[in-house]
Design a protein around this ligand. Structure first.
Ligand code: ZN
Ligand code: ZN
Length: 333
């Protein structure tokens, strides 16, 4: 099968012909239709994250059809269209797993990081971690829901009932979440890179009450803010914009260092926290909510063999919305 391999930091991704993977106990094999590209993929390529299994097939927003099932699989059958998210396996035994926080499992394995992901024609997944994709969602539209949407949703829930919601970094996750927030009657304030008028216009199109540069103060104080940007300097900026009792939620898996800031910015019971990964419950809940809104993802497509171009587009911020690799089904057999 064709797969895109990552050989190590500094190397471009490479198209290769590799043996078809065979599912083992508890696993299914998917014929991949589409795979979303996530900023986490950039962090892996850039060497920002600790573990590295090489060579690696990236990609953790996989939509595909099950084409083979090993023994020990229940609830998923050949022909089912499913999604595979970042959370690929958990131990089920550690304190986090036993307390409903499998997102924090100390032995968790992540798709496209600890195990090969979906930048390929075929991908393996633990059947228990596959999510059903609502029939109404196309493959391309559904792929970004599986990480951008899901982790965005977890971050959003951490903001409680905040009415005025700031979103710093208006890419894949933000464009999904803004639709949900507006649908629920919240006021969205979108912060982009300074001078990025097209993305600010995009945010207003999706219902943002205000859009401006991340260096600007919002026109009104925010009840909460979510950071979908990897720039640590945004943390004190966001804290400065939220009211006492408000929270700032960091949704990125990696961030540059947060500069020192005066305690006054945290004082007043402001909360600064991160969100990490997702639980299967987040997945089921969010896909249901997204179908009901309905969330419409805006997608820029790249063919599998142009994975390097897709990463470049994500890095430059030139795509409004989400980036998805499409796998040519005609050659997939
Ligand atoms: Zn992701
Ligand atoms: Zn565990």
């Amino acid at each position: 099968m064709r797969a895109i391999l990552f050989d190590g930091t500094g190397e471009p991704l490479r198209l290769a012909d590799v043996p078809e993977p065979e599912p083992r106990h508890g696993q299914v094999r998917l014929r991949v239709h589409a795979c979303g590209v996530c900023r986490t993929d950039l962090h892996i390529v850039d060497g920002d994250l600790e573990r590295l299994m090489l060579p690696l097939v990236l990609g953790h927003q996989i939509v595909g059809t099950v084409d083979a099932v090993a023994d020990g699989v229940a609830g998923v059958a050949v022909g089912d269209r499913v999604g595979v998210p970042w959370l690929g396996w958990t131990c089920g035994e550690c304190a986090s797993c036993r307390s409903g926080r499998e997102n924090l499992c100390e032995r968790a394995r992540f798709t496209g990081y600890d195990v090969d992901g979906g930048y390929a024609e075929l991908a393996l997944a633990d059947a228990r971690f596959c999510l059903p994709i609502p029939e109404a969602s196309g493959d391309l539209e559904a792929a970004p829901l599986l990480c951008a949407g899901l982790i965005g949703y977890r971050a959003y829930r951490m903001t409680g009932d905040a009415h005025r919601l700031g979103i710093y970094g208006f890419g894949g996750a933000a464009h999904i979440l803004a639709q949900l927030a507006v649908h629920e009657g919240r006021e969205v304030f979108a912060f982009t890179r300074p001078g990025d008028a097209p993305t600010q216009a995009f945010a207003r199109d999706l219902g943002a009450a205000w859009a401006g540069a991340s260096t600007e103060a919002p026109p009104e104080p925010l009840d909460a803010a979510i950071l979908f940007a990897a720039a640590g300097e945004l943390v004190p900026i966001a804290l400065r914009s939220v009211v006492p009792g408000g929270s700032v939620v960091c949704a990125e898996i990696h961030m540059s260092d947060i500069p020192a800031f005066p305690y006054d910015l945290l004082w007043g019971e402001r909360v600064l926290r991160s969100v990490a990964n997702l639980t299967r419950r987040d997945g089921a809940e969010f896909l249901d909510v997204a179908a009901r809104v309905p969330v419409r993802t805006r997608v820029r497509m790249f063919p599998l063999e142009e994975a390097n171009g897709a990463l470049d587009a994500l890095r430059s911020g030139s795509a409004r919305g989400s980036i998805v690799l499409t796998i040519d089904r005609s050659t997939g057999g």
